[in-house]
Design a protein around this ligand. Structure first.
Ligand code: ADP
Ligand code: MG
Length: 257
């Protein structure tokens, strides 16, 4: 799966939210989108997963124009995990995961044995198989997010679009979610709030500010003390961590900056 976005513009009404966005994700890459609140991360992702229709620009998936692709075909190609995944009705965990199978099926097809096996496999992968009969709405935030990722796995897509998927989660769940996704060896485009998470998991990073990409590169190229100050206005100490080999970012209080 290769994603190629060229010159993407989108405005909510008259208010320009993103402009001139060009980015790519190569097969197997884990690419992060970072930037302050309101910089346009979610808007970029929504245009890519067809929640919004671009005002101009092109989006190619494996060289094919996404904007004219049948919806079912694009739904098969990408799995989307959002920030808060509240669902309006009561569903069992296994029913939600089974929804991941729907792009594979015709209207009114019932779930067959292979679908059921896939649902179980996906839940097991996230250590959630014992929760299959639980009510989704009664789960904790971390459990809900694991169910949504199980749904993405059941979909058997090899391209994941994530919008700050661990935003409201405890640190252990944050790590667990990113570790699970990393182990799937899928292609990923993810908005990430936390710069240390971006440093740990991303192969490359795009930085958005005021709806435009202002920096791009590897974590080492992008996450410098000066760049972080320019984009976020915060002083940091950035070092390569001796255990992870990745960058580690410490935010400095005013008296040290
Ligand atoms: P981020 O995900 O980086 O926080 P968003 O893509 O959500 O940023 O928002 C980018 C800009 O678009 C912001 O100025 C935000 O206020 C605006 N925006 C987002 N969603 C809407 C909407 N539904 N209607 C109008 N403006 C919106
Ligand atoms: Mg957002």
């Amino acid at each position: 799966m290769r994603l190629q976005v060229e010159n993407l513009d989108y405005a909510y009404g008259k208010k320009e939210a993103i402009s001139g966005i060009s980015l790519f994700v190569k097969k197997g890459e884990f690419v992060g989108l970072i930037g302050p609140n309101g910089s346009g991360k979610s808007t970029v992702l929504k245009n890519v997963y067809r929640g919004l229709t671009p005002d101009s620009g092109s989006i190619l998936l494996d060289g094919e124009n996404l904007l004219t692709m049948p919806y079912k075909k694009s739904a098969l190609k990408m799995a989307v995990v959002g920030q808060e995944n509240e669902l309006p009705f009561d569903f069992l965990v296994e029913e939600i995961v089974a929804m991941g199978r729907s792009p594979h099926k015709k209207l009114f097809d019932i779930d067959n044995a292979a679908d059921k096996a896939m649902v179980y496999h996906a839940l097991k992968h996230l250590g959630m198989e014992h929760m299959a009969k639980r009510n989704y709405q009664n789960l904790s935030g971390g459990e809900k997010q694991r169910v949504i990722i199980a749904r993405a796995i059941a979909q058997e897509s090899d391209f994941f679009i994530l919008d700050e998927p661990t935003n409201h989660l405890d640190i252990s769940y944050q790590m667990q979610i990113f570790d699970f996704i990393k182990r799937l060896n899928v292609t990923v485009l993810s908005a990430i709030h936390d710069l240390n998470m971006a440093a740990l998991y991303c192969d490359r990073i795009y930085v958005l500010k005021h709806g435009m990409i202002v920096l791009q590169g590897t974590p080492e190229e992008v996450l410098t003390e000066q760049n972080i100050y320019d984009v976020y206005g915060v002083r940091t100490a950035v070092v390569k961590h001796s255990v992870t080999g990745k960058l580690s970012i410490t935010y400095l209080p005013a008296e040290l900056s």
